[in-house]
Design a protein around this ligand. Structure first.
Ligand code: PGA
Length: 252
């Protein structure tokens, strides 16, 4: 049985009091959640310590993730936040390689490999994002693009390390656009990703959670999650509304 995971990527939204309110709503709404889904939230850096403390002190069934981390372990890197700092703040997960980071902040496979190693060394689990742009899908190169994103980073890990990696497939054209991949398009790519991982890591691919991301909401989550190779979702916009986020988690 593969893990079922629903992770909320808050991106650069909410000031701390708003974030705390959202967490309190999640605490209330998740009390009766018993379908085996693991819930994760990734608030902004400034919220992590406060939110992490609240979650653990109140026994809220939600784990903490960061949205990014530095590609160096420590030192003179003004403005960066290290994997060790995130671990110390209570994070169990770190989202890496989100398309917004690749697109706006020049992240590439080289820096992502450094980040993924730092996150794994701290005993946290990376949520590694892959996905093609619209023009890549339209020119039918989406499989090639995603396969390269995986090979350039994950193929460089050892199998035991890969066992702690979660992949999120997020077609860039579906992020924040209201356009979702159809459940068949998602399944087709998820099955492909699992095959690419299996080519190098035959013992680990079957159990690797692969999440779908891109305009996932309560009205389409059930259909997408019903697919064999879809193990949950990475949710942006809808994770900022507690009712919607929990409704998505209940869609399994
Ligand atoms: P969205 O974002 O759900 O708002 O489309 C998903 C993501 O970027 O993780």
């Amino acid at each position: 049985m593969r893990r079922k995971i629903v992770a909320g990527n808050w991106k650069m939204n909410t000031v701390l009091p708003e974030g705390e309110m959202l967490v309190k709503q999640l605490e209330f709404l998740t009390k009766d959640l018993d379908n085996g889904v693991e819930l994760i939230i990734a608030p902004p850096f400034t919220h992590l310590v406060t939110v992490g403390k609240y979650l653990s002190e109140n026994g809220v069934k939600v784990s903490l993730s960061a949205q990014n981390c530095a590609d160096q372990d420590k030192g003179a890197y003004t403005g960066e936040v290290s994997a060790a700092m995130l671990r110390n703040a209570g994070c169990k997960y770190v989202i890496l390689g989100h398309s917004e980071r690749r697109e706006y902040y020049g992240e590439n496979s080289e820096s992502l490999l450094r980040k993924i190693n730092l996150v794994l060394n701290e005993g946290m689990q990376p949520i590694f994002c892959v996905g093609e742009r619209l023009e890549e899908r339209e020119s039918n190169s989406h499989f090639e693009v995603v396969s390269a994103q995986i090979k350039e980073v994950l193929y460089k890990l050892r199998g035991v390390e890969l066992a702690n990696v979660i992949i999120a497939y997020e077609p860039v054209w579906a992020i924040g656009t209201g356009k979702t991949a159809s459940s068949d398009q998602a399944e087709e790519m998820h099955a492909y990703i699992r095959r690419v991982v299996a080519d190098k890591f035959p013992d680990y691919a079957e159990n690797m959670p692969i999440l779908y991301g891109g305009s996932c909401k309560p009205s389409n989550a059930q259909e997408i999650f019903s697919k064999e190779n879809v193990d949950g979702g990475l949710i942006g916009g809808a994770s900022l509304v507690a009712q919607d986020f929990v409704a998505i988690a209940k869609s399994f």
